[in-house]
Design a protein around this ligand. Structure first.
Ligand code: ADP
Length: 588
């Protein structure tokens, strides 16, 4: 530990007790200038890893701490930087809670009764409801019984959720997975792929609830002799099975509570509780929870999301007139006149590639295209198929295509398609050659079976060139950030679906959102609607929209947009060059 008892940190905090030394930080119990006890975390810049910083080079944990202001978290007091012992350090000061963590309490005092367990879970959910409702939600990412602090002075419901070392703002890059630091049994399935969302925290609350009720972790096995990848694979295999509910007699343990555990720990995000408030209402008996059947497809078969869409189709899509027109002539007309098409030996193309910056409508357009054509829609994420943790990519790809054929006509939307067919020359290629070959083979003739593949990527240069040839992802479309007219239309489409005020000036809205991407505009309208609701205004007004714009930063900087355009230019050049060798259609 860098500081000893009685020494002063940052000229202000006197060490009462050096507490603990971790991998990148030390913690201290300190007294401030007024003699108040505080908790201080000292972070070594030299020991931080890059995912612990945000895009602006700030430490995420410090930025998160600044938002902590709720009875179920330790309140933020102060933060700053200091230099000591020739090293640069950051510190966070929060209120000090005198108490013990829940795991220690259980060891000391034995099992809790159902009433106490509910109190605890309610406390965690209140903290999460607060964190998840911030303008940019904070995901805690490490909910466990070790990170719940019971305040000796208060009741169980006064517990504090602590340790924000893995917390992230929802708009940040995915987390990296370090199973040496995190207990894998609390991790939601998507966390195993490095992705986190509001519902991942709620999954962990489900695990805590199970653990408190039954004294063990769900789907538990011995990990002591396994490496990270083995743990992930085994965990995925185990979780296909229904959760095991031990037979125990516990007063007040009713079916509703068991259904809550089951729902919270579903593999599919959409089958879980969607908000902490929803789970809280379920615990308090305000809503009834039905038994959710665990889908068996979660590992063996790849997660896909199939729906028959019944919506407005292209009329929901702002701008993109040229793309709509081209798809009408290349795909929709052929489908509507099958006999004529067959007589002329024409079938729909096997595949298209949508590329360009994130949040500009690749997924959205594909969904609306499915609505327009009446096709089924199957969504698959590349990283789910080709994660370095998942083996057997070849079988998964065959499986996805056969699902698509069974449900044909189908739009098979492959998000992050670069992860599936990554350039085979690249060093960090995670897809096996078998998987790439399988993919190419399936792609070669899926149009005949009425399966249209739409690949989406923001890294077109990373895609194996063989996948881009004629007869495969043949037609390529750059989906840019919206221009003024398109922004205006996105505002119109999103606002006119709801209750709104007279006098909304769409031109002005579009003018004020130059450099905003489509997703930002959708968010602005959502934010304005939320403000209207919160303030009891009852409808979206121009003033609220303006306020929402002021409070929403564009997701992409001008530099980033330029970088995507540079990628587009390079990609077009390479494609032109390829075309001279193999004639393929290239459309922009
Ligand atoms: P991408 O797949 O390119 O990352 P998305 O398709 O998820 O982006 O787009 C993000 C959101 O932006 C959509 O959910 C939708 O609300 C909005 N959006 C995108 N493009 C359009 C459009 N052309 N018209 C209307 N809304 C759009």
């Amino acid at each position: 530990m860098l500081f000893q008892k009685q020494q002063t940190i940052a000229n202000r905090y006197t060490v009462v007790f050096p507490h603990k030394e971790g991998s990148y930080a030390e913690t201290y119990r300190v007294r401030d200038e007024n003699g108040k006890l505080r908790f201080l975390k000292l972070i070594y810049y030299s020991k931080l890893l890059s995912p612990q910083y945000n895009e602006d080079g700030k430490i995420i944990e410090v930025e998160v701490a600044k938002f902590l202001d709720h009875p179920n978290v330790c309140k933020y007091v102060d933060s700053g930087k200091l230099i000591s012992n020739g090293q640069q350090l950051a510190y966070i000061v929060t209120e000090f809670v005198s108490g013990e963590t829940l795991d220690k309490r259980i060891i000391r005092d034995g099992d809790l009764n159902v009433y106490e367990i509910k109190q605890i879970v309610k406390g965690v959910l209140s903290a999460l409801q607060f964190l998840h409702s911030l303008p940019t939600p904070i995901i805690h990412n490490e909910i466990s019984i070790q990170n719940l602090m019971l305040d000796l002075a208060g009741g169980l419901e006064n517990l504090k959720l602590i340790d924000f070392g893995h917390a992230r703002f929802l708009d940040q890059e995915p987390t990296s997975l370090n199973l040496k630091e995190i207990n894998p049994f609390y991790l939601a399935p998507e966390r195993l792929n490095g992705v986190c969302c509001v519902q991942s925290d709620l999954y962990a609350v489900g695990v805590v609830l199970y653990q408190l009720l039954f004294g063990s972790l769900p789907w538990f096995f011995d990990v002591s002799k396994m490496n990270g990848q083995q743990i992930v694979e085994r965990l995925q295999a185990e979780r296909v099975r229904p959760i095991r509910i031990p037979y125990i007699e516990k007063f007040e343990l009713d079916e509703q509570l068991l259904n809550i555990v089951n729902k919270a720990t579903q593999n599919e995000v959409q089958n879980r509780f969607q908000t902490a408030q929803e789970m809280l209402d379920a615990i308090e008996g305000k809503i009834k929870v039905e038994t959710v059947i665990r889908r068996k497809t979660s590992l063996g078969k790849t997660e896909t999301n199939k729906t028959i869409k019944r919506g407005n189709g292209f009329s929901d899509v702002a701008g993109m007139a040229e793309l709509k027109e081209q798809l009408r002539s290349d795909v929709i007309n052929l489908l509507q006149n099958p006999e004529q098409a067959e007589a002329l030996g024409l079938s729909i193309p096997n595949g298209l590639l949508f590329y360009g910056p994130p949040g500009c409508g690749k997924t959205f357009f594909a969904e609306k295209f499915a609505e327009e054509t009446g096709f089924n829609y199957l969504y698959v994420k590349g990283s789910d198929v080709a994660s370095p943790y998942i083996d057997g990519g070849k079988g998964k790809i065959a499986d996805i295509f056969s699902q698509a054929r069974e449900n044909a006509p189908t739009i098979l939307f492959l998000d992050e398609v670069d992860a599936i067919i990554r350039n085979r020359s690249e060093h960090n290629n995670v897809t096996t050659a078998g998987a790439v070959n399988q993919f190419l083979m399936e792609l070669n003739n899926c149009g005949k079976d009425k399966v249209l593949v739409i690949g989406a990527t923001n890294k077109p240069m990373d895609i194996d060139e063989a996948a881009l040839r004629a007869g495969r992802l043949e037609l390529k479309y750059y989906i840019p950030q919206p221009d003024k007219e398109t922004r205006k239309e996105i505002f119109q489409i999103n606002i006119t679906k709801r209750r709104y005020d007279f006098g909304i000036d769409y031109d002005q809205l579009a003018d004020r959102t130059e450099n905003y991407i489509s997703a930002d505009i959708a968010l602005i309208v959502d934010t304005a609607a939320r403000l209207a609701f919160r303030r009891n205004v009852g409808k979206i007004t121009m003033a609220l929209l303006e306020e929402a714009i002021t409070n929403t930063k564009p997701s992409l900087g001008i530099e980033q947009i330029k970088a995507y355009e540079a990628i587009r230019d390079r990609f077009e050049q390479t494609e032109k060059h390829q075309q001279q060798r193999t004639p393929i259609g290239f459309k922009k």
